[in-house]
Write a protein that binds this ligand. Structure first.
Ligand SMILES: [Zn+2]
Ligand SMILES: [Zn+2]
Ligand SMILES: [Zn+2]
Ligand SMILES: [Zn+2]
Length: 497
């Protein structure tokens, strides 16, 4: 299939891939175009061309031909429609109308059929690729049949496409359910140029096995027909397995396992999932309240019912109690999500951070989540602008970034987008702290130069990773900002000579 990886198969993992040569971090593994892209599951009304949110009740946000949702911008480029073109013809031919919806923030079941329909139509157009890459994908029919979702899909998608949409003779019930299952199990999230989430079917990426510590990273280019480029995140030796991830790596084992079980129908047994300490990060560990240095960890992280025990004393509690505690804290955090970006938001996140200090391990996922919220506020809100931050708050931002990196260096090691974003946040307070110390006379010229070189190296690593992102995306734009900052920084370093 390719010189960089080879595909094997076994009953436990299904198809999986090994590196077929020694790979260096950043080496391109493969590129591919999606078989199809479309709205995510449970999508609210969106434009069927560009996926931006639309008002499900507005007559001026409808396709002039079929009456299904399109934004004003896409209506204006009527003759250049790409993604909505084929389904539009089917809706027109069969006079299938979109029913207006009043609540445009709620999920719109009428759109559930769109992405499966695009896969089915592409199958007709491109049968060779369907046979070689898509028909072989896992879709777990037996597990899915036992779920309520199967019945809902049967009603909203299978019957809808074969009935009102007039596709009874083209697509069998089994085939449509197969496509729905393939999408559910294998689709990856992509983002449009404007940052809206969609899903895409990327068959090569889907061959990579899942791990909660991936060694493959990918970037999707919305301006190049959603082309995907996959790279090695770290050095990978020939014969080693290649892993992508199907979950959010910065959630704890209980949540990752639940998401994988309900959405992907498997139990992950990666080294991180099997380790109660999550590879030494203690990402899910609580501090013991009965002894001094004990940590409370699950005796079997793969079992929700298992007890959680102190590493130092006899204390133990039920897994359900630990989960409940995490949910209560998470709910408290979620309440802050709607606060305006201002000093009050920052102070509230700091308040929660202090509140949980005696309960959570410092690197616990809830603390990590609070740190992410804080670093986007320090340096960016009124009263806390970067150049106004006193040294003590610059040091606070540095510490927050370094603590997130401790976790990311384990869970998303190497050239990951998540690390690059934090490296960007880290460089500015480091520079300002060095300059401040120099002005106060506590840092000599030679040391100032060293500190600036250190900040430039951090920025270079950030720019090198973000350069792989599409230049239209926020990450791609940041790559350019970082490159300009490197030029400026190098000028100040030279001026010190
Ligand atoms: Zn649009
Ligand atoms: Zn249309
Ligand atoms: Zn895992
Ligand atoms: Zn204890």
């Amino acid at each position: 299939m390719s010189k960089t990886f080879k595909v094997l198969e076994n009953p436990e993992l299904g198809r999986y891939a090994l590196a077929d040569k020694n790979l260096k971090a950043g080496d391109v593994l493969f590129e591919e175009t999606p078989f199809a892209i479309g709205p995510k599951l449970d999508s609210p009304p969106v434009c069927l061309e560009c996926s931006c949110p639309v008002d499900g009740n507005a007559s001026d946000q409808k396709c002039a031909k079929c009456g299904w949702p399109l934004c004003e911008e896409c209506i204006a480029k009527e003759n250049d429609i790409v993604y909505h073109r084929k389904e539009c013809a089917i809706f027109v031919k069969n006079k299938v109308k979109f029913q207006n919806v009043d609540d445009s923030t709620a999920s719109c079941t009428q759109l559930d059929c769109i992405t499966p329909l695009r896969v089915l139509l592409e199958k007709e157009e491109n049968p060779n690729r369907w046979n070689a890459e898509i028909s072989v994908m896992e879709h777990h029919p037996d597990a899915r049949k036992a779920t309520a979702v199967w019945n809902a899909d049967h009603h909203n998608i299978v019957k809808y496409l074969r009935g009102p949409c007039g596709l009874k003779d083209r697509f069998s019930e089994d085939l449509i359910q197969q496509v729905i299952g393939i999408l559910e199990v294998n689709a990856f999230e992509a983002r449009t140029c404007s940052g809206y989430a969609i899903r895409g079917l990327y068959p090569k990426l889907a061959i990579m096995a899942h791990s909660c510590v991936p060694n493959v990273v990918h970037a999707i280019h919305p301006t190049k027909d959603y082309r995907l480029v996959a790279r090695a995140a770290v050095d990978v030796a020939e014969g080693e397995m290649l892993f992508t991830t199907y979950t959010y790596t910065l959630s704890g084992t209980t949540m990752r396992q639940a998401a994988l079980k309900s959405g992907k129908y498997f139990t992950c047994r990666c080294a991180r999932c099997l380790d109660p300490a999550e590879l030494g990060t203690h990402f899910s560990s609580l501090k013991c309240q009965k002894c001094d240095n004990g940590l409370i960890e699950s005796v079997n992280p793969l079992d929700d019912e298992a007890d959680w025990k102190c590493t130092h004393c006899e204390y133990k509690t039920k897994g359900a109690a630990v989960l409940k505690a995490a949910q209560v804290m998470q709910a408290e955090l979620d309440e802050l999500a709607y606060m305006e970006y201002g000093p009050e938001r920052l102070e509230n996140f700091e308040r929660l951070f202090k509140k949980y200090r005696s309960v959570l391990h410092p690197l616990h996922f809830i603390n990590t989540s609070i740190r992410h919220s804080l670093i986007e506020l320090y340096g960016r809100i009124p009263g806390y602008e970067m150049h106004d931050l006193p040294d003590i708050l610059l040091e606070r931002k540095v510490e927050l970034c370094q603590d997130i990196l401790k976790v990311l260096n384990v869970f998303e090691p190497g050239k990951s987008r998540a690390r690059a974003m934090i490296l960007y946040e880290l460089h500015a307070p480091l520079i300002l702290l060095a300059q401040s110390a120099y002005r106060q006379g506590t840092l000599q010229g030679v040391s100032l130069k060293e500190k600036l070189i250190e900040a430039a190296d951090i920025l270079k690593e950030c720019a090198e990773i973000l350069e792989w992102e599409d230049s239209s995306t926020p990450e791609g734009i940041l790559a350019n900002v970082a490159k300009q900052a490197i030029v400026q920084l190098e000028q100040s370093i030279h001026s010190l000579e």
